[in-house]
Structure formats: structure tokens, C-alpha cells
Design a protein around this ligand. Structure first.
Ligand code: FES
Length: 102
């Protein structure tokens, strides 16, 4: 799992894939600046990330996630809610960038 920082550099993380964590919970645990106000209910969109590489490795969007993303003004076609992405081995090599909406 790689995170693209604001300055364009990449941080590589070895995310635990066997703990049932979502990407949002993991990023929060790593002290990334993710508010996740709704606690992972797909309701606040503050956990939004832009997927730069590996979109095909992710689970399909649920209707809730899609509906929430649809309300954001600056959403990109590759934006996802990190709380709806469960960490799993298939995500190896994924590159995401935090999508700040404030
Ligand atoms: Fe609120 Fe993901 S934590 S939408």
C-alpha cells in the first residue's frame, strides 16, 4: 500500500490484511489526517481518497458509497471512501492519495 503525500512523494506502508480493518481505520491508526466523522458509515465522506493505481483491485462500490461520493463537489472518477475498503492481500501495490474536502 502506498500513500502519495501532498508533495508528490510516496510513503509505503505494510498494512495488516488479516485484522478486518478498513483502509480508513488503518490510515487513522497511522495518524493520517482523516477525520472519519461518521466512524465508517459511508455518511461523512471525510475519509475520501483518490485511487491513483490499483483501482481494479478494490471491491465494488456499494450504493451507499456511490450516493455519498455523488454529493461531493470535487469528486474524481477514481475517488473512494476509505472506510468502505477493507484491507486485503489483493490491495498490494495500491496507490492512494488523501482527498481533502474541507
Ligand atoms: Fe465517514 Fe468514511 S468515515 S464516510
Amino acid at each position: 500500500l502506498h500513500i502519495q503525500n501532498a508533495d508528490g512523494s510516496l510513503t509505503s506502508l505494510e498494512a495488516p490484511v488479516d485484522m478486518g480493518l478498513s483502509l480508513m481505520e488503518y490510515l487513522k491508526a497511522c495518524e493520517y489526517d482523516i477525520l472519519a466523522t461518521c466512524g465508517g458509515m459511508a455518511l461523512c465522506a471525510t475519509c475520501c481518497v483518490d485511487v491513483l493505481e490499483g483501482e481494479d483491485k478494490l471491491n465494488e462500490m456499494t450504493d451507499d458509497e456511490y450516493a455519498m461520493l455523488d454529493t461531493l463537489p470535487d469528486v474524481l472518477p477514481n475517488s473512494r471512501l476509505a472506510c468502505q475498503l477493507q484491507l486485503n492481500p489483493a490491495m498490494d501495490g495500491l496507490v492512494v492519495k488523501l482527498h481533502h474536502t474541507d
